[in-house]
Design a binder for this molecule. Structure first.
Ligand code: PHE
Length: 344
């Protein structure tokens, strides 16, 4: 039989045996059988190569090398295939490079709130909480806001429709039974003082709701940090010091605090709190309200205004966060845009 035909047969048999090898041991046996240096079939064929006539030699030699290379390559490929760990059912290829999971992060406002709590905690303020759905008493009455006060205007508050027996749902708009989304965190001052005896030193951070026209600096839902400190001789100097220390801790030492006379029914005297930086030409930025707790409020919760005094403040959380990070628009906080959120 001429060598070319034998090489063809060898190649066909070898490739079939390689494909049929079910594991690495079987494949090794195939290798020895066909390519083995001592008794491999290819070795026998190599012997025949020596018998070729001069003109046949280049032809046979070329075909011989071709077959040898092809079979070796098939062996290597099958070896890599068998050495690979099993591919699990369901099409999951465990040898594929993994996909690194994208790590989520806290919302910038959550980060801010946690930092606020941390800073105020260092000043000895513990954290109190209150409900976002409030009653008339805690949102207004106990805060010395009388029944006819414009702050109760249904146009300035989110009153909830309430079930009235026999009459279905009715907007409670303003009566003493009214429920509303709290318009300020000052409600928590009352809830804390109702339950605790002085001295008191708390903050409360959370959402408040007001029907504002939404723009870059106004939202109908935003966050406030309320602070309350009551004791035998708490003064306005304590208030200003705490606010200044707080602003320095969060924004840095070049922040200035300014009080402007103002009015809130639940504090007397009352002030607006402004901040500024050592930046020429930049106006003062209003960041909240504050004052000395009104004696009427102390009385409403059973404290004796002759024994204790205290300060309260309410700061806009968004304002601080926007200032620190240079965020130009308050709506970004609720736009759910990962391009924004992933920067924090
Ligand atoms: N509750 C006031 C507001 O929302 C802020 C404030 C809090 C003022 C505490 C005085 C004392 O505008």
């Amino acid at each position: 039989m001429d060598l070319i035909a034998q090489l063809d047969e060898f190649e066909a048999q070898a490739l079939a045996a390689i494909a049929a090898a079910a594991d690495l041991a079987a494949l090794e046996a195939v290798r020895i059988q066909f390519l083995g240096a001592k008794q491999g079939k290819l070795r026998d064929l190599q012997g025949l190569l020596g018998q070729a006539t001069k003109d046949l030699k280049p032809l046979w030699g070329k075909r011989f090398n071709e077959v040898k290379n092809r079979v070796s390559a098939a062996l290597d490929a099958r070896q890599r295939e068998l050495a690979r760990p099993a591919v699990a059912v369901g099409g999951l290829d465990v040898t594929m490079p993994g996909v690194v999971p994208r790590l989520g992060r806290r919302h910038p406002l959550t980060q801010t709130i946690l930092e606020f709590k941390d800073i105020m905690g260092r000043f000895g303020f513990t954290v109190a909480d209150g409900p976002e759905i409030e009653d008339d008493y805690h949102n207004f009455e106990a805060l010395n806001i009388p029944a006819d006060h414009p702050a109760r205007d249904p146009l300035d508050n989110f009153y909830l429709a309430s079930a009235v027996v026999g009459a279905g749902l009715k907007n409670s708009g303003g009566g003493s039974e009214a429920r509303l989304l709290r318009s300020q965190t000052s409600t928590v001052q009352i809830r804390v003082m109702e339950k605790t005896k002085p001295p008191v030193r708390i903050i409360s951070v959370g959402r408040v709701y007001r029907p504002d026209t939404i723009d870059a600096t106004h939202s109908c839902m935003f966050h406030q940090m309320e602070g309350l400190m009551i004791g035998p001789s708490v003064t306005m100097a304590h208030l200003k010091t705490v606010l200044r220390l707080f602003a320095h801790a969060y924004l840095g030492h070049d922040v200035h605090i300014r009080f402007r006379p103002s009015f809130f029914p639940f504090t007397e005297p009352s002030v607006e709190v402004d901040m500024s930086w050592n930046e020429p030409g930049k106006p003062w930025l209003e960041i909240g309200g504050a004052g000395m707790v009104d004696p009427n409020v102390l009385k409403a919760v059973g404290y004796d205004p002759d024994q204790v005094s205290g300060f309260a403040f309410g700061l806009g959380v968004e304002r601080f966060c926007m200032r620190r990070h240079g965020i130009p628009d308050i709506r970004l906080f609720t736009s759910n845009d990962v391009r924004f959120l992933s920067q924090f």
